[in-house]
Design a binder for this molecule. Structure first.
Ligand SMILES: NC(=O)c1ccc[n+]([C@@H]2O[C@H](COP(=O)([O-])OP(=O)(O)OC[C@H]3O[C@@H](n4cnc5c(N)ncnc54)[C@H](O)[C@@H]3O)[C@@H](O)[C@H]2O)c1
Ligand SMILES: Cc1cc2c(cc1C)N(C[C@H](O)[C@H](O)[C@H](O)COP(=O)(O)O)c1[nH]c(=O)[nH]c(=O)c1N2
Length: 177
């Protein structure tokens, strides 16, 4: 197969950019870790699956999470102001699918075991890493809010295979150690 067979180009009209579909098709080529982001507090308990999570700074420890303002969980996250990013391990794809939308919140949380660290946000048993955070700043961009989060506590697993979302499917990343 030549490179021409496996590539497609959609430059878009000047000023308008590619279509939403072309953008998503291209974004589907960016593999990323799969996280279940949770919150708990006066506004209630909620969680959603997120691939749009990124390290921002290690001093002070800061990460960002992009949350669609049309998500059912949006108001709960905004009101509670705290969250935990739980990075999933291979084998936790079922949890990713449950938290990926349309499932009642009680059923999402009933699918796994949870603890807490510093905040009340649920920390997932068996996650590769958990980042317990306070939301420090929110920046609106397009359909999403970018939540800049101060990391108050972390928990890391010492072993376990990684889980990547690539080409609209889950894949294992083997831990060779
Ligand atoms: N950043 C996001 O909000 C985001 C990321 C991944 C998946 N999803 C949602 O999960 C479902 C399945 O996604 P999929 O990857 O199998 O197929 P898809 O064709 O909907 O998305 C392909 C890729 O485009 C990006 N994307 C999708 N929806 C987006 C959005 N609303 N805003 C910004 N980027 C977006 C993501 O990188 C995604 O992996 C869809 O409903 C999708 O909207 C949302
Ligand atoms: C693999 C994968 C990755 C993501 C998502 C889905 C899936 C399957 N979703 C969508 C998000 O999980 C979903 O909209 C929420 O669960 C809210 O759904 P409800 O509005 O409660 O049905 C999502 N949403 C979001 O706002 N930011 C993100 O980074 C992601 N990433």
């Amino acid at each position: 197969m030549s490179l021409q067979d496996i590539t497609k180009t959609e430059p878009g009209l000047r000023g308008s950019g590619p279509t939403r579909e072309a953008f998503r098709d291209a974004m589907a080529r960016l593999g990323g870790a799969v996280n279940v982001v949770t919150t708990s507090g006066p506004a209630g308990q909620a969680g959603f699956t997120a691939s749009a999570v990124c390290s921002v700074s290690d001093s002070p420890p800061t990460l960002l999470v992009c949350l669609n303002r049309s998500a059912s969980v949006y108001d709960t996250f905004k009101a509670n102001g705290i969250l935990c990013v739980n990075t999933l391990a291979f084998g936790q794809e079922g949890i990713a699918s449950l938290f990926g939308g349309k499932t009642p919140m009680a059923d999402r949380f009933a699918s796994a075991k949870w603890t807490t660290l510093t905040t009340d946000a649920p920390v997932l048993d068996g996650a590769l890493a958990s980042f317990d955070c306070q939301v420090a700043e929110i920046v609106e961009s397009g359909t999403h809010d970018v939540l800049f989060c101060s990391v108050l506590a972390v928990r890391s697993a010492t072993a376990g295979h990684g889980l990547i979302y690539f080409d609209r499917r889950f894949h294992a990343v083997a831990d060779q150690s």
